[in-house]
Design a protein around this ligand. Structure first.
Ligand code: SF4
Length: 138
C-alpha cells in the first residue's frame, strides 16, 4: 500500500514550534508500506519555527495577525500535485491542524475552541477524491 503522511507524524521537526508529532502507529506503518511524507506549511515557504496559524472566516491568519493564506494554499497545491502523481491509497494527517486536520480545526480565535471542518490541505485533497483520515482515527 502507498500512504501519504504528515511529515511531523513521522518525527520530522516541522511543527510550528520546531517539534514534531511522532506517532508510533505511523512509524509501524512506515516500516511495512511505501510512504511519502509532506509538510504543506514548509512546502508553502513558511519557516520553522513559525507563528501558529488558524483559519478565521476562511482565511489562514497567524496569531500575530499576519495573513498567511497564500503560503498555506501554495503548500496545499504542492501536496495535491504530489498526490496526483503518486496516487496514494491512503493519506494520514495530523488532527486539528489548519493545514492537515481532517474532521476538525481550531476556530480562528486562538482560544483552543474547535469547529467541524478540515485544514486547507486536507480539504483540497478530499475535494479531489483522496481518502484522508486524521491520525487519531488510525
Ligand atoms: S503542516 Fe501538517 S505536516 Fe506540517 S507540521 Fe503542520 S500538521 Fe505537521
Amino acid at each position: 500500500m502507498k500512504i501519504m503522511i504528515s511529515a511531523c507524524l513521522a518525527g520530522r521537526n516541522c511543527k510550528y514550534n520546531g517539534g514534531n508529532n511522532r506517532n508510533e502507529k505511523v512509524l509501524e506503518l512506515m516500516a511495512e508500506n511505501e510512504v511519502i511524507t509532506v509538510c504543506p506549511e514548509q512546502m508553502g515557504g513558511l519557516p520553522t519555527p513559525r507563528v501558529p496559524s488558524e483559519i478565521r472566516d476562511g482565511v489562514v491568519t497567524a496569531r500575530d495577525g499576519r495573513v498567511v493564506d497564500r503560503e498555506f494554499r501554495a503548500g496545499a497545491a504542492l501536496c495535491l500535485e504530489i498526490a496526483l502523481r503518486e496516487k496514494p491509497d491512503l493519506i494520514i494527517l495530523q488532527s486539528r491542524s489548519p493545514s492537515c486536520g481532517v474532521k476538525q480545526r481550531y476556530d480562528g480565535s486562538f482560544s483552543g475552541r474547535l469547529v467541524d471542518g478540515a485544514g486547507v490541505t486536507a480539504q483540497l485533497l478530499m475535494e479531489k477524491g483522496f481518502h484522508c483520515i486524521d491520525v487519531e482515527d488510525l
